[in-house]
Design a protein around this ligand. Structure first.
Ligand SMILES: NC(=O)c1ccc[n+]([C@@H]2O[C@H](COP(=O)([O-])OP(=O)(O)OC[C@H]3O[C@@H](n4cnc5c(N)ncnc54)[C@H](O)[C@@H]3O)[C@@H](O)[C@H]2O)c1
Length: 271
């Protein structure tokens, strides 16, 4: 049921690859809540063509942008404002990729060229995006930026590899921009640390089924779905959360605060 929470707002949503993507669900829900949206993704992802279905369904133009290229991002915010008819009220950063993880390189055997790419694509891209938006004076006062993160920024998870370092950097960049954009434009910047979710990026991680299942049993509420994550993002884009900024917000069914649960303990009990 829609509540009109984003009525009249304009947003840029990155990262919708297919209908499993968290960004896809956010875009659908933001549209249902009354927002006008521009979709963006890397040209290589756009060639897969799935994003066109979403664009049609929610009447959103697509602007291709490689999030590691400043000129693409500047074009995104210039053209984005033209297409939306004004400054941007919200931005979703939903971008992550590690060549090391994808090619099975373990943390003790990283390829450093790929490591740089991991950090550039998955973390520095948030800095680049916000710097481009700031230079183009594209963000509306009281706007909201959300980037998606994972608890591997704080704790180690085998198989998550160099993405853990990228997420730690991403969260720090969000805090730093939160300060600067808060001061200059009353724009808030937060990260949402989401449960393991069955998406293309998620299932690309070695042993993903293991950490999905473990998190499910370690969370009193169970894992949060992509749809639930989208609901949470909508609240952060709405005017109801204007003073929440520079935070890493766990959206994980309680996983981050659980020491152990009965379900997990039972696996080790002998009587
Ligand atoms: N799936 C999970 O378990 C999980 C958990 C917590 C956080 N996250 C985060 O959520 C975000 C979205 O991932 P998802 O799970 O929806 O998977 P996804 O694979 O659907 O989305 C990742 C997106 O990143 C885009 N991308 C990659 N390189 C890019 C580039 N150079 N420029 C622009 N876009 C680029 C891809 O095209 C894709 O659309 C990521 O930041 C991911 O780390 C995912």
């Amino acid at each position: 049921m829609a509540h009109g929470l984003l009525k009249g707002k304009r947003g840029i949503i990155s990262g919708a690859l297919n209908d499993q993507s968290i960004a896809w669900k956010v875009a659908e829900l933001a549209h249902a809540e009354g927002a006008s949206i521009v979709l963006t993704n890397a040209p290589v992802a756009m060639r897969m063509g799935e994003i066109n279905k979403l664009a049609e369904a929610i009447n959103a133009p697509i602007i291709g942008a490689d999030a590691t290229k400043d000129e693409d991002l500047e074009k995104l915010f210039t053209e984005g404002q033209e297409k939306l008819g004004g400054k941007v009220d919200f931005v979703l950063h939903s971008i992550g990729m590690s060549p090391n993880v994808r090619k099975g390189k373990a943390y003790d055997d990283l390829n450093y060229e790929w490591y740089k790419q991991t950090l550039d694509i998955s973390a520095m891209s948030l800095h680049r995006m916000l710097q481009a938006a700031h230079k183009k004076e594209a963000l509306a006062e009281w706007g909201s930026v959300v980037a998606l993160s994972y608890i591997a920024a704080q704790r180690t998870f085998p198989g998550y590899g160099d993405m853990a370092d990228a997420k730690a950097l991403l969260e720090s960049i969000a805090r730093s921009w939160g300060y600067h954009l808060g001061q200059s434009q009353k724009v808030r910047v937060n990260t949402v640390s989401q449960s393991p979710t069955m998406t293309t990026a998620g299932s690309g991680i070695k042993g993903f089924g293991g950490f999905y299942g473990f998190a499910e049993e370690m969370s009193p509420l169970g894992n949060a779905s992509a749809e639930a994550c989208a609901n949470y993002c909508i609240t952060l884009f709405s005017d109801l959360t204007r003073y929440v900024t520079m935070q890493n917000l766990f959206h994980d069914g309680g996983f981050s605060s659980s020491g152990v649960t009965q379900k997990v303990m039972e696996k080790f009990m002998t009587e």
